[in-house]
Design a protein around this ligand. Structure first.
Ligand code: 2HG
Ligand code: ZN
Length: 464
């Protein structure tokens, strides 16, 4: 790009911090995906809403494209800038703006980390339930742009459920103040919900008003070795019948072994199995003994019926955290193997059949590759990571995975599922959007994009 174009851009944004430092371009031009090299022209660090609005107007005037960027922990390439774009980083917009314990609302700038929202909620005696392994780096704006899920969706839903107000700069540089923290608001189309999950293609989130909830009661974690995969839903139904679950996660033995190897952890159980279920459930102090007895009785019954082979029940907070680590560290353990990610969902009741069909398909298609299976099975969400065999070229591996994806996504469609449960479509899943959404839906999405971003400057090439 010519120097004059970026100079014109700069001149239209007085006071805007704009970096062209190669290290910053490299770090801020990408997310956690590793299939493309970042190549942005510059990284903008706006400090307030006006500067975001200015830079959108400057982008329109100069024909520059913008890539909104948060904590860059995305897994679909939604925040990847590989074509000379200007990255819009929220790193300087990290203030908690307003606390309203009476309404249980917290208003924050888009660059505040999820862990900070959680910490502030705790200080207020409340709770922010969006939780996932990358919460220390992931920012509020990014989680709204992708409608992030995580490990508490079973009880609290996705990020969408938490967003009660949203300030957004649209594709013309206008500030939209959506829903303003209201519980009830039946006045027209709810543009807030259109923005949630739009992956920076309709507007740039600058502020959010988040709904907190009451602090959860004490809890225990149970890790179970499953006798077989089909029995998983029977076990879940049994547990749900008697215990108040706040999480239900699954992982395969391959995933567990990789975590143990990568982080030098000891194997958590005495018996091995193909798959494991990790559940967390409430144990309010008043009924601690009763619930513990109930949990152990269910455990014995499941053992007797042959549904599970082994298990462990946490007895301390430290042990609870240690058990969670086996699940939460999987993605990090997989990272050095350039994993090709699948983030699939089907209705919870269909999961066992889907898993069986998918396993047969994936084992045939990915011969020679290690497959890691894990996910939030209480929500019908399965992550399948295909690890790149040592020595294989990244581009060739990606091509192979994409070809195999067609068959996988045909199966997903046959089950009425989704090709992206919680990671977004971004760049990597864009060719496959049609497996989740009909032509009519996609046509309407294009129309909405045209209205909200008529100049096509917001995250072009992503999602649609
Ligand atoms: C998780 O559930 C995250 O651990 C990451 O959504 C999943 O890396 C993945 O495929
Ligand atoms: Zn996940």
């Amino acid at each position: 790009m010519s120097t004059s174009r970026i100079d014109t851009f700069r001149a239209q944004c007085p006071g805007l911090s704009l970096s062209t430092d190669p290290g910053v371009l490299e770090s801020h031009g990408q997310d956690w995906t590793r299939f493309r090299r970042p190549d942005p022209t510059a990284v903008a660090f706006p400090a307030d809403n006006t500067q975001v609005s200015d830079l959108v107007r400057a982008a329109i005037a100069t024909g520059m494209h913008l890539v909104p960027s948060g904590g860059r922990t995305g897994l679909s390439g939604g925040a990847l800038a590989a074509s000379g774009e200007i990255v819009v980083s929220m790193d300087r917009m990290r203030r908690i703006l307003h606390e309203d314990p009476a309404d249980r609302l917290l208003t924050v700038q888009a660059g505040v980390a999820i862990a900070e929202v959680q910490a502030r909620a705790r200080e207020l005696g409340l709770y922010y339930p969006v939780s996932f392994a990358a919460e220390g780096s992931a920012q509020v704006g990014g989680t709204i742009a992708t409608n992030a899920g995580g490990i508490r969706v079973l009880r609290h839903g996705m990020t969408r459920e938490r967003v009660k107000g949203l300030k957004v700069i649209d594709g013309r540089g206008r500030l939209l103040d959506l829903n303003r923290g209201l519980v009830k608001n039946a006045s027209g189309y709810d543009l807030r919900h259109l923005m949630i999950g739009s992956e920076g293609t309709l507007g740039i989130v600058v502020e959010a008003t988040l709904r907190l909830t009451e602090a959860p009661p004490p809890s225990r974690v149970m890790l179970l070795a499953l006798d077989s995969m089909p029995v998983m839903m029977t076990v879940l139904a049994k547990l749900r019948g008697s215990l108040r679950l706040s999480a239900c996660e699954f992982f395969s033995v391959g995933a567990l072994e990789l975590v143990c190897r990568s982080f030098d952890l000891r194997y958590p159980l005495e018996t091995s199995a193909d798959g494991f279920l990790l559940v967390e459930f409430d144990v309010p102090a008043a009924s601690e003994q009763h619930i513990e007895e109930q949990a152990l009785a269910i455990f014995d019954e499941m053992l007797e019926r042959g549904w599970i082979l082994d298990g462990v029940l946490s007895t301390s907070e430290a042990q609870k955290r240690a058990l969670w680590r086996y699940r939460e560290a999987i993605s990090e353990a997989a990272a050095p193997y350039t994993p090709y990610k699948n983030d699939l969902s089907v209705r919870v009741s269909k999961l066992p059949d889907f898993l069986q069909d998918l396993t047969t398909l994936a084992e045939a298609r990915f011969a020679g590759c290690s497959l890691l299976w894990y996910g939030h099975v209480g929500d019908g969400n399965l992550h399948m990571n295909v690890l790149k065999p040592e020595g294989e070229e990244t581009a060739a591996f990606e091509r192979r995975c994409k070809e195999a994806s067609e068959a996988i996504y045909r199966l997903v469609r046959a089950y009425g599922g989704s090709v992206s449960a919680e990671h977004g479509i971004g760049l990597l899943k864009r060719p496959f959007l049609g497996y989740s959404c009909s032509e009519e839906e996609i046509e309407l999405m294009r129309g909405i994009k045209q209205v909200m971003d008529p100049h096509g400057i917001l995250n072009p090439g992503k999602l649609l």
